[in-house]
Design a protein. Structure first.
Length: 98
């Protein structure tokens, strides 16, 4: 079953985060992942949630998603993200998104 990583990002260092955005796609592709959403404008429909940036990744399985997150391929980009932004990140399984 496909797995999705959903991330809420608050960027603190835009220049460093741009480097993260350039590095990340290759590491995601190495684990058969792809971007579903990558930071477009968000409109709050209910509640008080006001995210600055939302990212949704899709992987073929929970295992591949977790392998990507822990991988040496992603580690350099992850370090940049963790230094330049605050994130909330979850991993969930769900049906294929059409």
């Amino acid at each position: 079953m496909p797995a999705y990583i959903i991330v809420e990002v608050t960027v603190h260092d835009s220049a460093a985060y741009e480097a993260y955005k350039r590095l990340t796609p290759a590491s995601i592709a190495a684990f058969e992942g792809k971007f579903i959403v990558r930071g477009g404008p968000a409109t709050t429909l209910e509640g008080s949630w006001q995210p600055e940036r939302i990212v949704v990744l899709q992987f073929p399985s929970r295992d591949l998603a977790h392998q990507w997150w822990e991988s040496s391929e992603y580690a350099p980009a992850k370090a940049i993200r963790q230094a330049s932004a605050t994130t909330k990140m979850i991993l969930i399984e769900g049906p294929e998104m059409l």
